[in-house]
Design a protein around this ligand. Structure first.
Ligand SMILES: *Cc1c(COP(=O)(O)O)cnc(C)c1O
Length: 361
């Protein structure tokens, strides 16, 4: 068996069925004699892709009708700026809950546009990383929204429970957990995600925003990040990243065919638990995040003997396990197991971990 499995954190694996389909139709899409990347975003055919993508996404995520579904360029980092630019005035207080690298990055960017308050929710006890319960998050009474990151992609920390702060607008950076499980969209003011983890190739950025948060035009928002303009132009004020949008449409359809998010969630839970069980049965591998907050999408771990890291990554590759190197900021190993990763890939990784442990213990 020579299948290689791709554990990249992003851009990351796309379901094989979809790669096969796109390869098949790439040169002559819908019999137009042209590729989907060669046609106008305003053509009847492409508009249909866009409409279907939104319709299917609304169905898949159960998005209420009082929410806009928008697509931007500029990634999640673009939204780090767009959110405070669109939703705050200068000197307005906002809460930025920090649980890792990405939520900190959002906080740092927000400083340019409003007065974000940093709320640390990480707590270490007995060498384990924990997250404070919601009731202990020290939110400011006057803040206009609460921003948090439900899945920290680098650290592998996931907050799976949904926050329920009365009278607070909740904004979530769902980049690495969107579509991996069911979420109650109505709990949020704004949900956003860059595409390259669980939606598509890099390019489009999904923004789901409750309609009443859209207020009058703000003067200083660049047009391509302006929510009012995006709504008015159906996310096509400038030329959108058509390929990534098209691919997102295929992924959403694929997820519906898999049985929707309830089924996907079950599979993801099984995959992640298999891997964490392996890590926990030995002291050769270490993951020090408290069980409740372990990510189902990004599974980081360390080798007790860190000198073996390089050998692990190299031998894993020759075993057919690609991109297991942890992010340079945290080091170690990271297996990203998004929706597209089949359980066989996880099992193959576990087999390799067993083999490697025997060899070097
Ligand atoms: C990848 C990632 C980002 C950055 O996305 P870009 O598209 O590179 O801007 C932000 N937040 C989280 C949680 C991510 O995983």
């Amino acid at each position: 068996m020579n299948t290689t499995y791709n554990f990249s954190a992003g851009p990351s694996m796309i379901p094989k069925d979809i790669l096969t389909q796109y390869k098949k139709e790439f040169y002559n899409w819908r019999n137009l004699g042209a590729s989907v990347i060669e046609i106008s975003h305003r053509s009847v055919e492409f508009m249909k892709v866009v409409e279907e993508c939104e319709k299917n996404l609304r169905f898949l995520m159960n998005i209420p009708s009082d929410y806009h579904v928008l697509f931007f360029s500029g990634g999640a980092r673009g939204q780090f700026s767009a959110i405070p630019m669109n939703l705050t005035k200068k000197n307005q207080l906002t809460d930025y809950v920090c649980s890792g690298y990405w939520s900190n990055a959002a906080f740092e960017e927000a400083k340019k546009y409003c007065l974000p308050q940093r709320i640390n929710v990480i707590k270490h006890n007995n060498n384990r990383i924990n997250i404070l319960p919601f009731s202990e998050w020290k939110l400011n009474k006057q803040s206009s929204y609460v921003h948090y990151c439900p899945n920290e992609t680098l650290e592998g920390i996931e907050i799976k429970e949904e926050p329920n702060f009365l009278n607070k607008i909740i904004i979530g950076d769902f980049s690495s957990t969107i579509l991996s499980r069911r979420i109650d969209v109505s709990k949020y003011g704004l949900i956003y995600a860059s595409a390259q983890k669980n939606i598509s190739s890099s390019g489009v950025t999904l923004v789901i925003i409750r309609k009443d948060l859209i207020t009058s035009k703000k003067k200083l928002v660049p047009s391509i990040l302006d929510y009012n303009i995006a709504i008015k132009h159906q996310s096509m004020f400038n030329t959108p990243v058509t390929f990534s949008w098209y691919l997102a449409g295929l992924v959403v359809k694929w997820l519906i065919k898999q049985g929707g998010l309830e089924e996907i969630e079950k599979k993801n839970e099984i995959k992640a638990n298999l891997l964490y069980e392996k890590i926990d049965t030995t002291d050769f591998y270490i993951n020090n995040i408290s069980k409740k907050y372990r990510s189902y999408m990004n599974v980081p771990f360390y080798l007790k003997n860190e000198k073996l890291n390089k050998a692990f990554i190299k031998e894993a590759l020759s075993f057919g396990l690609y991109a297991l190197k942890g992010h340079k900021i945290v080091g170690g190993i990271r297996a990203s197991i998004y929706n597209a990763m089949p359980i066989e890939g996880v099992k193959k990784l576990i087999n390799f971990m067993n083999y490697f442990e025997k060899k070097y213990k």
